[in-house]
Design a protein around this ligand. Structure first.
Ligand SMILES: Nc1nc2c(ncn2[C@@H]2O[C@H](COP(=O)(O)OP(=O)(O)O)[C@@H](O)[C@H]2O)c(=O)[nH]1
Ligand SMILES: [Mg+2]
Length: 263
């Protein structure tokens, strides 16, 4: 069990947010593993009214443990919306580090201390990464690996995001980072949400550090990945790149015009 006491107070209050949709077979074991891994951390399960009863299991876990909290949401609105609601709740409650974590066993709670250590060492965002040295995937279908690697390569080339794994969902943020990246403007619903946040962090000048993690394909339940999720990511990232280039161009034109009128 890790004892996470921090140098600068960043790790004073840690909240791990787990979005769930039909994770009845996974939520209890992942919650227990997280509680064992970092005993001080609080957990917020953000459930979208899962038909399989995940919400009731989460309620029981919360009733047995004052470090476990549940947010019941109306219905399935995508992982991005669940995270945003969770972040807002966590910031209101005064948590100083907020972590995103899947319910299905793909992220290893035992690796959370590594992400927290990166925050403690000065990172504004610590990003669990499968595609840096030391990172790995276990049992992941080749098709998913190609989407993930391709997505990261695309965002590196088109947006200039300097990370190897832009789509990964196991991330730790300082509260100050989340406060500084205009969460109210985030509209990404699906997994594009992860790219959206790292893109905002990079643009905002925050220090993003990649931490190698092992990503294990889920054993129980079904992935919510869909074609629509990939299409959303492609459309949004393409538009962000266009916007970014346009604003760079306008900035350069304005600077030139100002330089002329000054001389
Ligand atoms: N609250 C909520 N959670 C979701 C939604 N879609 C996915 N999740 C959760 O987000 C995490 C990652 O989803 P998963 O289907 O495992 O994605 P994959 O690992 O990319 O195949 C899991 O904990 C899911 O239960 C959603 O619409 N609402
Ligand atoms: Mg998964």
């Amino acid at each position: 069990m890790a004892d996470m006491t921090s140098q600068d107070g960043a790790l004073d209050r840690i909240l791990v947010i787990i979005p769930t949709y039909n994770e009845a077979q996974n939520i209890e074991s992942i919650t227990n593993r997280l509680r064992r891994s970092v005993a001080d951390a609080h957990i917020l399960i953000a459930d979208d009214n899962s038909p399989d009863g995940t919400g009731a299991i989460a309620d029981r876990l919360a009733s047995e443990d004052d470090h476990v909290h549940v947010m019941h949401r109306k219905g399935k609105e995508g992982l991005g919306a669940a995270y945003l609601a969770g972040f807002h709740w966590g910031l209101d409650q005064g948590f100083t580090v907020l972590v995103s974590h899947d319910a299905d066993g793909s992220h290893q709670p035992e690796e959370l201390p590594k992400l927290l250590a990166a925050i403690d060492a000065g990172a504004d965002m610590a990003k669990g990464s499968r595609w840096v040295r030391g990172g790995s995937v276990v049992n992941w279908p080749k098709s998913r690996e190609m989407i993930s690697r391709g997505g990261s390569l695309w965002t590196r080339l088109w947006l200039g995001i300097p990370v190897k794994d832009a789509t990964g969902g196991f991330n730790a943020y300082r509260a100050s980072t989340l406060r500084g990246i205009s969460l109210d403007e985030v509209a990404s619903a699906g997994y594009c949400f992860q790219i959206d946040l790292v893109w905002r962090a990079v643009k905002g000048g925050f220090r993003v550090v990649e931490v190698p993690i092992e990503f294990v394909e889920r054993e129980f339940g079904d992935s919510k990945m869909s074609r629509d999720i990939v299409i959303e990511a492609l459309i949004r990232t393409t538009l962000w790149g266009v916007e970014h280039r346009a604003s760079q161009l306008f900035g350069a034109v304005r600077r030139t015009a100002r330089g002329r009128s000054a001389s």
